[in-house]
Design a protein around this ligand. Structure first.
Ligand code: ATP
Ligand code: MG
Length: 716
């Protein structure tokens, strides 16, 4: 073929080229894991620009994570050079919608400098609303309301769109009322939540034809990766934009739909042909990522799902090793074992960035962290415990938010008495009352109230001083870089001093994190840019550090690949999750199975699955049985191994005492002992640290945040 030497097309197979060259009209690329869907989409993007079919700014390209967007940008850059730099519309749904909304904010009653609040703020806001309206928060938790509101927004529903059943879903028919109250409150705060980014834009598209037409004209081509995980609002948003030119290319894999809990609808990909009649469907069947053993194991597993399109996958790669399934005694041993395996890989010359541990639930990561810190193995955690969620970082950001946007009450509330300046709840209450009665933000109320005698003199003076500080910082914002501003604010507010005065290891770690924050800000020109970046940092965002093992959730690993993948915790109740089991529905178990398929197909060379006989979950020791998914792996592609020696019989005894609801699991367990060994109690009391220790799902102790691999920790 004449294209063979072309850096863009040369590396692609026939169907991939077709996906690149069929630029006009709707295209659906539906194919299994590792078949080069993302690679083809990237080449298509490069091709469109290179052949001048569109300017970079005329292409809308949606990726699932910010990381994926960065990688795509980089790759396109390699293919076509600096032309890629003007690609403002390459990003996640959220980042693209946020950018659009900045331009049209006034159409939904916001200002262009609106704040994007995160789930933590969202919950606080809802709590306030619930309290202010005399609802029993124990009975109607804010978390539940937050979940409902997210669900409504994911489905593109405004408060007025809720039907009776939806309305009933909260506080005996007050769902709509609280949703509306929340939206009103956000508007006063000049803020929106993540769900709003797309919903507001959808509302604007529907009510302002001119705006919609502007984007329909602008985007000559629309490209979407991971289409199987789009939710309703994303789908509607895309369909509106693409419906005029119809040059839309979506890629996906129905077997990798793993976000239905967040409103994703695999149906979107299945009905693409109906939405865009005459679409070209391209199937890719050659897998370039994994060895045949890995591929066969994953394909064998996913066959247990009934609801799938089904597809063929093949590969030319060397057969490779079978999947390893390792049974261990408990969680710490699992971590020890994985640590040893990784050290062995390291000695054999495997780069650490090619090693990943993919977990089902956040709580699983702690054991690996503890172990890796002990043995001095560098790792990074992606997702979950995000840098920007640490308390000290949130405090610093709150200061910056109040500077950028004085109406940001949530931020103001966070720091008005942090560090402690003697402003108590009483003062805050008065501020709130003052603000409410005059319909002004808290910061404005603080200034206002200082002219009255509503507050005792001391509180008044403190507030005046604080507001003076903010005025000064706001002035500085015009001249200082964001990083300089942050350093100044942290010093002048007394925040740094307060931490230093603590003289604890924990405080030292926090100070280190704050310097890290300032370092991160050096990449940004304006405070607004930086704050927007922070709001958009999604789960998969990570300091692009090599030489580190990656620990992340299976969900976050979508689209990625690693030479060596470890999959710990394949036990009933961990994976599939207890929740999926309890729900009992076919759909939730099939989603878990798709997750298993995603997890296994991240591996290029070796995949190791582990299950422990005993696990401590939220401070409770429980005995566990291997995941049903272990039993579903085709035997001929699996190598079983157990490290249970002395404990083995105990373990089996333990295992056999479980009622046996999963007959298929039994296949994976050839020998079973009927009675429980007498040593069980003894073993339990000797081997385990019986002290209940809460393993929190989302927040680790500050000490472990501060802990850096290879540093001297784990001693304190
Ligand atoms: P997933 O479903 O997991 O998102 P995918 O279909 O998007 O997978 P890619 O990530 O694009 O697959 O590609 C998988 C691997 O195969 C990558 O390492 C990619 O560089 C490589 N690859 C893709 N196409 C080809 C090709 N034609 N020749 C050689 N390698 C390829
Ligand atoms: Mg992909």
């Amino acid at each position: 073929s004449p294209d063979i030497d072309d850096p863009l097309l040369g590396g692609l197979n026939e169907p991939q080229r077709e996906a690149v060259m069929t630029t006009e009209g709707p295209v659906l690329m539906l194919a299994g894991a590792g078949t080069g869907k993302t690679a083809a989409l990237t080449a298509r993007l490069a091709h469109l620009v290179r052949s001048r079919l569109a300017w970079p700014s005329e292409i809308l390209c949606v990726t699932f994570t910010n990381k994926a967007a960065r990688e795509m940008r980089e790759r396109v850059g390699q293919l076509i050079g600096p032309a890629v730099e003007g690609m403002p519309w390459l990003g996640t749904f959220h980042s693209i919608a946020a950018r659009m909304l900045r331009r049209h904010a006034e159409l939904v009653g916001l200002q262009a400098n609106y704040t994007i609040i995160d789930t933590d703020d969202q919950l606080r806001l809802l709590k306030q609303l619930i309290q202010a309206n005399d609802l029993d928060e124990k009975r109607w938790p804010a978390r539940q309301l937050a979940g409902l509101i997210d669900r409504w927004k994911n489905r593109g529903l405004n408060p007025d769109d809720l039907d009776a059943a939806e309305n009933e879903a909260y506080a005996n028919g007050r769902g709509q009322q609280f949703y509306q109250l929340y939206q009103d409150r956000l508007k006063t705060l000049n803020a929106c939540d993540f769900g709003d980014l797309l919903l507001h834009m959808l509302n604007i598209f529907r009510s302002h034809r001119d705006v919609l037409e502007q984007y329909q004209q602008r985007f000559k081509y629309v490209l979407v990766d991971e289409y199987q995980d789009t939710n309703q609002v994303q789908y509607l948003w895309l369909r509106l934009i693409a419906q005029v030119r119809k040059n839309i290319c979506v890629v996906g894999d129905d077997d990798q739909s793993i976000y239905s809990w967040r409103g994703a609808e695999v149906a979107n990909i299945l009905r693409f042909d109906k939405d865009f009649p005459g679409s070209k469907v391209i199937k890719l069947e050659q897998n370039y990522r994994s060895t045949p053993q890995i591929l066969a194991a994953a394909s064998g597993l996913i066959k247990s799902n009934s609801q799938r399109l089904g597809k063929t996958l093949w590969t030319e790669r060397h057969p490779g090793d079978r999947l390893r399934v390792i049974g261990v005694w408990d969680g710490p041993e699992e971590a020890r074992r994985v640590g040893e395996e990784i050290e062995r890989l390291e000695r054999e010359g495997a780069p650490l960035e090619q090693v990943a541990i993919l977990v089902r639930a956040q709580f699983q990561t702690r054991e690996f962290e503890d172990r890796f810190i002990t043995i001095g193995l560098n790792y990074r955690i992606i997702g979950g415990f995000r840098f920007y969620e640490r308390a000290e970082i949130r405090d610093a950001l709150a200061y910056l938010r109040v500077i950028a946007q004085p109406a940001d009450d949530l931020a103001f509330e966070r720091i008005y008495n942090t560090p402690k300046r003697g402003l108590g709840d009483k003062t805050l209450e008065k501020l709130h009352r003052h603000a409410r009665s005059r319909d002004m933000p808290l910061a404005a109320a603080a200034l206002d109230i200082a002219d009255t005698d509503e507050l005792p003199a001391r509180a008044r003076n403190t507030i005046v001083a604080l507001m003076r500080d903010f005025a000064r910082w706001r002035d500085m914002e015009k001249t200082l870089s964001p990083a300089e501003l942050a350093r100044t604010v942290l010093n002048e507010s007394g925040y740094t001093d307060a931490l230093q005065a603590q003289k604890t290891a924990e405080a030292a770690g926090r100070l280190e994190n704050l310097s890290e924050l300032a370092r991160a800000m050096e990449d940004y020109e304006t405070l607004g840019d930086f704050l927007e970046h922070v709001s958009l940092v999604m789960e998969n965002e990570a300091a692009g550090d090599s030489e580190k093992v990656t620990i992340m959730t299976m969900h976050a690993a979508k689209g990625l690949e690693f030479d060596h993948v470890f999959l710990p915790g394949w036990e009933e109740g961990v994976f599939p999750s207890q929740r999926a089991i309890d729900e009992g529905g076919l759909a939730s178990l099939e989603e878990e199975r798709r997750l298993a398929y995603v997890a296994i197909t991240r591996a290029r060379r070796r995949c190791t699955i582990l299950h422990a006989a005993n696990r401590r979950i939220y401070g409770q020791w429980t005995s566990s049985i291997p995941s049903r998914f272990v039993g579903e792996l085709p035997e001929e592609h699996v190598e079983q191994e157990t490290t249970l020696t002395g404990g083995a019989s105990l373990w089996r005894a333990q295992w056999s005492e479980q009622a046996d609801p999963f007959a298929d699991v039994a296949r994976a367990q050839p020998s079973r002992v009927k009675t429980r060994g007498p040593g069980w109690q003894r073993a339990a009391s000797q081997d385990f640290d019986a002290t209940p220790r809460r393993i929190s799902e989302n927040k680790r102790s500050a000490a472990s945040f501060a802990a850096k691999p290879r540093a001297d920790i784990g001693i304190g």
